[in-house]
Design a protein around this ligand. Structure first.
Ligand code: SF4
Length: 442
């Protein structure tokens, strides 16, 4: 049996694609290995969103030249966003590669592998194809937590982002296909599903770039249908664009006991001037209003976000507005990125004007604020009882189990004889570990 190795870079969407491709490979008779030296096929699912991610992937793929020399039959393929962005150039830069498969051609993986085996010709496929929308619905392995991609691509064109260019325009999957995939996952043991899309709240809007009316949300309708799957215990999603997060969606979440009350609401900047330059369609004020609406409707709401520091032209005053907004909202998790221009994105047309040292300083200030907030939040939970979805034996200590709260906080606890992965259990919190909690089963 031939063995395939898949290395994934970047976002959860890439992880999901790799998982679906692994399922396709297994169905076709391959086995999956995590040891690259014993693989017959090496696959790299790459990311282009940040320069660092591309450099890392290229370094690793370049290193595979050695394995190809030892075994000329080895098949090496690069997939995903960097493959889409570079196409044939990647085959020229890295001549030991056999194929390059862009984001719209991932469903052709098995076909391309067979072609390489048969003809030994180099191939680069980067044409967008709607078939990718229906072709990647398999799941490799059984897990109590699974992911489903509900949309592909993006129509927002934020000035710093190349997703619309490398992942194409926004397409929504059929609701029936998503529900069928969820039911299948649940029948194989999944109890929590994470819905993925570049802007999940635009699901079902047929690519319309105008945010929907307050009472219209096909995404909320999808959530409501998923909720009816009896054994499914939790639903999460990422990411919704703030101005698409309308009243209809907020009401659906507020009345649900399955949709987690932990929302990721990408901010990027708290300065209206920078938001405009980023082509983000909201302001500091309208973002605050959205948060206020969410907080008043959804009890126990926690929020996480994405922020970019050092966008071209960002002054100390712009940065102070971002910091103030983050502290006022009280995000419990943030992904803070130092700006780096991406070839092809609009913002790359203006100089990357903020020195690296300033970006680093701003990054550190936000990380310090965040860390203080997390520590104090976790300490405030000591003595309370929380509901966790039991996930399994802790990776660090096999005498303990790990689970997560609705708000996505990791809790470690000692199991009893009845513990079972995929069940909801009550845990009394006894201490904080700084980034996670420790407790006892009730
Ligand atoms: S919403 Fe903006 S940042 Fe997010 S994927 Fe689309 S273009 Fe990129």
């Amino acid at each position: 049996m031939m063995k395939a190795f898949i290395k994934t870079y970047g976002c959860q969407m890439n992880e999901r694609d790799s998982d679906a491709l692994a399922a396709d490979l297994v169905k076709a008779g391959y086995s999956i290995t995590d040891v690259e030296a014993e693989a017959d096929i090496l696959l790299f699912n790459t990311c282009s969103v940040r320069d660092a991610a591309e450099r890392k992937a290229k370094g690793k793929i370049g290193f595979m030249r050695k394995l190809k020399k030892q075994n000329p039959d080895l098949i090496i393929g690069v997939m995903g966003c960097m493959a889409q962005r570079m196409g044939n150039t990647l085959l020229e830069e890295l001549p030991h590669l056999d194929f390059v498969l862009g984001t719209g051609q991932l469903h052709k993986l098995l076909e391309v592998i067979e072609q390489v085996k048969r003809e030994r010709v180099k191939t680069a496929l980067t044409e967008p194809s709607p078939e990718v929308l229906t072709g990647l619905d398999g799941h490799y392995g059984n897990s109590i937590k699974g992911q489903i991609a509900i949309t592909r691509g993006c129509n927002r064109f934020c000035s710093y982002c190349i997703v619309p260019y490398v992942r194409g325009r926004e397409l929504s999957r059929e609701k029936g296909d998503i529900i069928a995939e969820a039911r299948e996952m649940v029948s194989r043991g999944a109890r929590e599903i994470l819905l993925l899309g570049q802007n999940v709240a635009a699901y079902g809007l047929n690519g319309d770039i105008r945010p929907p009316a307050p009472d219209h949300s096909p995404f909320a309708e999808l959530l409501e249908e998923l909720e009816t799957i009896p054994e499914l215990l939790r639903i999460r999603f990422t990411s919704p664009y703030p101005s698409y997060f309308n009243s209809r969606l907020i009401e659906t979440i507020a009345k649900s006991d399955k949709i987690c009350h932990n929302i990721h609401l990408p901010l990027q900047s708290g300065s209206d001037r920078i938001l405009k330059a980023m082509n983000r369609q909201y302001t500091n004020e309208s973002y605050r209003e959205k948060v206020a609406e969410l907080k008043s409707a959804i009890k126990d709401l926690t929020l996480s976000t994405d922020v970019i520091v050092g966008f071209p032209g960002e002054t100390d005053e712009d940065f102070a507005l971002t910091r103030e907004l983050m502290n006022d909202v009280g995000f419990e998790q943030s992904y803070i990125f130092k700006y780096s221009p991406r070839p092809g994105a609009k913002s790359a047309e203006v100089p990357d004007s903020i020195p690296e040292s300033v970006k680093e300083e701003r990054n550190q200030i936000l990380l310090d604020d965040l860390s203080k907030r997390i520590v104090s939040r976790l300490e405030s939970m000591v003595g309370s009882t929380v509901t966790v979805l039991a996930e399994g034996v802790s990776a660090r200590n096999d005498a303990r189990w790990t689970g997560r709260t609705d708000n996505n906080i990791v809790v470690h606890f000692e199991p009893d004889d009845t513990i079972k992965a995929g069940t909801l259990r009550q845990v009394k919190i006894t201490r904080s570990g700084g980034v996670s909690l420790f407790g006892e089963l009730r």
